[in-house]
Design a protein around this ligand. Sequence first.
Ligand code: SAM
Length: 325
Amino acid sequence: MSEYLGHFSVMLSECLDALELGARASGSMVFADLTFGAGGHTFALSDRVSGSTVFSTDQDPDALRNGEKMILARGKSEAVRLLPMNFQDFPDWCERHQMHGKFAGILMDLGVSSHQFDKMERGFSFRADAPLDMRMNYEDRSTGTAADLLNELPEKEIADILFAYGEERLSRKIAARIVELRQREKIATTGQIEDICFHAYPPKDRHGKTHPATRTFQALRIAVNAELTVLENTLPKLLPFLSDGGVLAVISFHSLEDRIVKHTFKEIVEKKDFPAIILTKKPLTATEEELSQNSRSRSAKLRLLQRVSQLGGVDGVKKKRHSEI
Ligand SMILES: C[S@@+](CC[C@H](N)C(=O)[O-])C[C@H]1O[C@@H](n2cnc3c(N)ncnc32)[C@H](O)[C@@H]1O
């Protein structure tokens, strides 16, 4: 029934422990999973905390269609509510539905799903030649594709994107070759960009562990979906909707995302608009056992923030929470 069957949910038990802790500390059984994907975290959470309601968002039409089928097949129409939206609109949705202080836990498992990555026509992967799309929400006509971006932006802006979002040291060379190519033909496929990246690298570096196109593809995907801006804008707006004791759990997959999560958590705690404590001084990472089953977990970092009612007595709470997780 599902194209999503082979999906592996990253750091699942760590996330469930953290969200369940939020439920115990707050007395609420309402959760949000802002990155539904294949529903792995959502359904596991719904099964683990009986009587709970999970509001899950995704912006990907495939994930939403598949999700609705799974909800029906599992008889979860009451317990799991799928909201089709970019999670940057979730705070407004909460505002409209008067969800202040309601959530025991909010989860974000950032980035693309294996389904998006493995479905070649989505254009996230250079493993096959396909249209260079990369929009998570491909039905949103207002968002340009990766091909649009490369056909339209000035060379310097392309180089800046590759450097800022991909940390690609050959960003200028690759951008120059993209602009050279687009003067002869339209940029349209993943194969064109893979070929440019491959030949931009010196021959001795072309067959290493990381393919020469990896950083460029990451950068384009982040730019097309404005991933970092959306994350930066959304994180601080979630706090009013957590209950006292509620936990915000974020899994990131590269240093750019993790830096935003780390700094935003710190700012939230320092600002004190909503008293909160950081439960993970260092981010949690996947166990060896998980790594042996799923190599993508290698780059995963899980950070946890807990809203608290008062700042007094935080240390005691913190120690207890650490040992519980
Ligand atoms: C890594 S997958 C999540 C996998 C999921 N936790 C599971 O176990 O099945 C990330 C999902 O989040 C979605 N996503 C990423 N950024 C989003 C955003 N800004 N708004 C809504 N959905 C987003 C993607 O479309 C993708 O389906």
